[in-house]
Design a protein around this ligand. Structure first.
Ligand SMILES: O=C(O)[C@H](O)CO
Length: 351
């Protein structure tokens, strides 16, 4: 069902539509496929633009690949989320009309950038609008891990709470600590800004190159990867997943970290070697880990990491606030429409 504005545009959900004269009149509008039921703000923008006709996979679950390959055929634009692999096979299936791919995510490791570039397809993504939300969740996860909140509520609920004990459920505090940031960007800065009032002593960061402008905002010192491992009491991973960062958090890193260190990852699961992390956590190389992202997602419930009390695992919810998810969907829609008009996108990925 292909939908546009006016009568159909007023529908909050995309209801199945029958082919009518109205649809035939729309048939010259650029065709867009939306790969998931995205939050309403973005859908309203698409409908009210009058600029496109679009079809949406109207579900919270991912569109099956076979269906996706069928649906993108002949499309001018695709609005996707991070579970859809936009690779050579999909771009071939879409065909030569495809001009814009707009992802409702700041991460773009699901997009084959080389293949997109080769075909001159422009790419929109959604940085900035999720920075506060992701930073907030990162701090929550860090505290939940370092102060053992999940273990503590479990003990309270299940009869483990006996008398007050001097070292029971002790964790590690932020006051006077050194916080390391692996990959300093907007999100790393926002995390540091939130952690500063907890009386953190020092922020350090490492990256492929120094980022003086961002670092100055939080008075962070640039250090080598090894120094970051050695000095950090808390280490927050904020880098994008690229071939260079794939598996970068491995035994080499964990074995250099302090025994009281807390490792936090809200970027992508692929930056972590999970077997090595399991070893580090289970042998006491580091004190704890908080993960919002894993490989794969969802992480199977029988995965060894779930057996560890010192590992807190969340189901990729860092940007999950109503406000942020709506802003992401609105930005993704606006990127798509601008790209199809041949104008600069509000947030375009430079390929
Ligand atoms: O890449 C992103 O946008 C996050 O991982 C999900 O919000």
């Amino acid at each position: 069902m292909w939908c546009s504005r006016t009568a159909l545009g007023r529908l909050r959900r995309i209801a199945p539509c029958t082919v009518t004269g109205f649809h035939r009149a729309m048939s010259t509008l650029p065709k867009v496929y939306v790969t998931r039921k995205v939050p309403p703000d973005g859908l309203d923008i698409l409908r009210e633009s009058g600029q496109v006709q679009f079809e949406m996979w109207d579900s919270d679950d991912p569109v099956p690949r076979v269906e996706l390959l069928k649906k993108v055929k002949g499309c001018d634009g695709i609005l996707c989320v991070l579970t859809e692999k936009i690779d050579a096979q999909l771009l071939e299936a879409a065909g030569p009309n495809l001009k814009v791919v707009s992802t409702m995510s700041v991460g773009f490791d699901h997009l084959s950038l080389d293949e997109l570039k080769k075909r001159g397809i422009r790419v929109g993504y959604t940085p900035d609008v999720l920075t506060d939300c992701v930073a907030e969740l990162t701090v929550a996860l860090l505290l939940a891990t370092s102060r053992r909140l999940i273990e503590a509520t479990h003990e309270a609920k299940t009869g483990g709470w006996g008398t007050w004990r001097t070292l029971w459920l002790c964790g590690h505090e932020l006051a006077n600590s050194t916080v390391g940031i692996l990959g300093l960007g907007r999100i790393g800065v926002a995390i540091a800004e939130r952690l500063k009032p907890f009386k953190v002593k020092k922020f350090i960061y490492t990256d492929v190159e120094q980022r003086p402008e961002l670092a100055n905002m939080i008075e962070a010192e640039y250090v080598s990867f090894d120094e970051m491992a050695k000095q950090s009491d808390f280490l927050a991973v904020c880098c994008a997943l690229t071939p260079e960062t794939h598996g970068i958090c491995n035994l080499n890193l964990f074995s250099k970290m302090k025994k009281n260190a807390i490792f936090i990852n809200t970027s992508r699961g692929g930056v972590v070697n999970q077997e090595d992390l399991y070893e580090a956590l289970s042998t006491g190389l580091i004190a704890g880990a908080g993960l919002d992202v894993t490989t794969p997602e969802p992480l199977p419930t029988h995965h060894p990491l779930f057996t560890l009390k010192n590992c807190v695992i969340l189901p990729h919810i860092a940007s999950a606030s109503y406000t942020t998810r709506n802003s992401m969907s609105a930005l993704a829609a606006n990127n798509l429409l601008a790209g199809l008009r041949g104008e600069p996108m509000p947030k375009e990925l430079k390929l």
